[in-house]
Design a protein around this ligand. Structure first.
Ligand code: WT7
Length: 641
């Protein structure tokens, strides 16, 4: 029997069957795209429908660049209307509520079209125009996709905020983008409990630009709303069904998505329409080998870029079926995901290493209870995946038949950039793969020079991928400084913020962040943001947050605080959870008399990290207060016992 995946040493290759079914199965796609990357992307773009074709494909003046200049497109039209001719009765979305007694809901392309058009008209009724920002704070329910597409249909910019983020986090984002309308829900289900969102929302919008709030009704009982609050279902009855999808300039902002950087404030990453549409479409098709009968399940919350691109836009642009699951992956038991795969014949399963580590911990007895034969491709994203987790995923979920596609990318890049393609391979545990066709990544050394082979800073070379960010919302300066300047010089390449290793064939292994950003269970969190929250405590004068390796979450935040009196750990935890959300909760807190610092007063987080890992400290001569190190070492050791 032909095996679907072939193992050679520690490397896996696609077998004949996979190659035969793949969109691309020969290395030629890389060499051809390499010769003329702009032409590669033009050819991809031609597969979508443009109202007016672009005049010039690509233009750059670093740090700025544009794609498909002069072209006019509507991404919502391409994600829905374009399929109505042949696929109007095909299921576009399958929504699975968390409570097991509630039935899944299937929405066809035709139904989605109707709902999105009405919703777009509703937005217009609320005076939303092209270029306006709409804040969306919705849980994992179909309406989140409907509202995103409705915004896109009329040229409004959506800013989706993860529904488990705190009230403060929502407020900070609204204050930055000045949205006038907030779309939200009365709540969602978590472990059979109703999570009420109303209180959080009312607190968040106080003293902001928000004028009106639209509530999607998730619970049976209708809560009491005030004058500026409206029920979505009731409002929808009052609008028309027809809404023309006007085409917009390719470089029209499509969405803002806030992410953590090295400062205390999250940055609004700006993605434009045309280039993003092209890359979301093509990367979904090639990475996951999407064909007509596929059902794609990207488990990421829509509040992250992964949910934007591979739960919403990517599958729909490909006319595929996308799963939206409301709840916890282990509710009511750790077999939930596999039950969903079996019931809905999921063929592409895309998740994060942290989830896979949980599955592994819960044991193979859970996936073994279900028929997972529908699975064809497994994906992973968000943080480096270690060898044994990769192998477990490959063996116990994919039954050694599904390629594991380890996709490297960022909120900033909009779509995947480094991974192997299923029909080409190879699939190497802990190695993401090559640059996606039409893109190029390499390594920069400490001196700012590009090297072809070895370890260093991962950078992207021109032409920059079409789905990349164009700027940071209302902050060009930060955009330039964060991604393009190294050693005080403007560089002609995009600096990713990651360290990586590249070999002579172009295979890339991601080593992790080089800045003060950590990945906690795949979520990107800035140490500065956490420190800012902690310093708000009146008795705390200084704080440093660093990450520590963790078996399940990859990394966890550890806080070191200097305070002038005894305080309870819970007060610190509350400050962090209130400012950011429960995902940022510090897992350990140390009270110290002093923090290791350089002569210029900079806290040496590297020293703290090394101490936590119990590793050799190395050179400490730059420290102004080396005695602080001993004290911290003792504190860490005494906690261990
Ligand atoms: C950072 C970006 C892009 C979707 C989710 C994360 C890390 C991402 C991988 C991978 C190793 C990875 C990088 C990157 N990362 N994918 N396959 N292997 N590391 O988006 O929250 O913007 O985080 O996640 O460090 O810079 P994000």
């Amino acid at each position: 029997m032909q095996k679907k995946v072939i193992k050679k040493g520690r490397i896996y290759w696609p077998g004949k069957e996979i190659k035969k079914n793949a969109w691309v199965n020969s290395d030629k796609i890389y060499s051809k795209a390499d010769k003329n990357p702009i032409k590669f992307w033009e050819d991809c773009a031609k597969e979508l429908e443009w109202k007016i074709k672009w005049k010039k494909s690509y233009k750059e003046k670093i740090p700025f660049f544009k794609w498909f200049i002069g072209g006019k497109i509507n991404i919502c039209y391409n994600a829905i209307d374009r399929h109505l001719k042949n696929k109007s009765d095909k299921t576009a979305l399958i929504w699975i509520p968390e409570p097991v007694n509630e039935k899944p809901i299937k929405i066809t392309y035709k139904e989605l079209h109707k709902q999105v058009c009405k919703t777009a008209n509703l937005l217009k009724k609320f005076k939303v125009k092209k270029g306006d920002v709409v804040s969306i704070y919705l849980p994992m329910i179909p309406e989140v996709v409907i509202f995103m597409l409705a915004c896109a249909r009329i040229g409004a910019i959506h800013s989706v905020v993860f529904s488990a983020f705190s009230s403060d986090a929502l407020k900070t984002r609204i204050k930055d983008n000045k949205a006038k309308l907030l779309i939200t829900a009365d709540g969602y289900y978590r472990k059979d409990k109703q999570e009420d969102l109303k209180k959080k929302i009312r607190e968040a919008i106080k003293k902001t630009s928000i004028k009106n709030t639209i509530f999607v009704k998730r619970f049976d009982k209708r809560a009491k709303l005030n004058k500026k609050e409206f029920w979505y279902d009731e409002e929808l009855k009052q609008v028309k069904e027809e809404c023309l999808a006007k085409a917009f300039d390719s470089e029209t902002p499509l969405f803002l998505l806030y992410t953590s950087g090295t400062t205390g404030k999250p940055k609004g990453i700006v993605h434009e329409t045309g280039g993003y549409a092209v890359q979301a479409y093509k990367s979904t098709q090639l990475n996951f080998n999407i064909h007509d009968d596929d059902v794609m399940w990207c488990t990421a919350d829509v509040g992250w870029v992964t949910g934007h691109t591979y739960m919403c836009y990517g599958p729909l642009l490909n006319g595929s079926t996308s799963i939206i699951y409301e709840g916890m992956i282990n509710f009511p038991n750790p077999g939930r995901c596999w039950k969903i795969v079996q019931e809905h014949k999921v063929s592409v399963f895309y998740t994060a290493p942290t989830a896979i580590r949980m599955f592994k911990l819960w044991g193979e007895k859970w996936p073994e209870k279900y028929n997972l034969k529908s699975l064809k491709i497994l994906g992973t994203v968000g943080e480096p995946i270690d060898y044994s987790t990769w192998e477990w995923y490959f063996k116990h979920i994919g039954h050694k038949k599904c390629p594991v596609i380890d996709t490297w990318w960022q909120t900033e890049t909009g779509a995947t950039l480094i991974n192997s393609l299923p029909g080409i391979g190879p699939f190497i545990p802990s190695v993401s793969g090559k640059s996606f066709p039409g893109t190029k990544h390499t390594i920069m050394n400490e001196q700012g020079k590009l090297i072809k082979k070895g370890e260093g800073y991962l950078v992207q070379l021109s032409p920059f991928a079409p789905g990349m960010l164009r700027t940071i919302w209302k902050n060009k300066k930060a955009y330039k400084e964060k991604y393009w300047i190294f050693n005080n010089k403007l560089k002609q390449f995009y600096i990713t913020g990651d360290a990586a290793e590249i070999d002579k064939k172009g295979y890339i292994r991601i080593l992790g962040r080089t800045d003060d950003v950590m990945k906690v269970a795949g979520h990107r969190i800035s140490t500065a943001e956490m420190e800012d929250a902690i310093i708000n405590h009146k008795s705390i004068s200084e704080a440093a947050v660093v990450s520590k390796p963790d078996k399940i979450k990859g990394e966890v935040p550890i806080a070191f605080v200097k305070s002038n009196q005894k305080i309870n750990e819970n007060e610190i935890i509350k400050l962090v959870v209130d400012k950011i959300g429960p995902i940022a909760r510090p897992s350990e807190i140390y009270f110290v008399n002093d923090l290791p610092k350089t002569r210029s007063g900079k806290i040496m987080r590297r020293v703290l990290k090394t101490l936590l890992k119990n590793e050799e400290l190395g050179e400490l001569s730059t420290l102004v207060n080396p005695e602080s190190v001993e004290e911290i070492k003792n504190a860490i050791n005494s906690k261990k016992i």
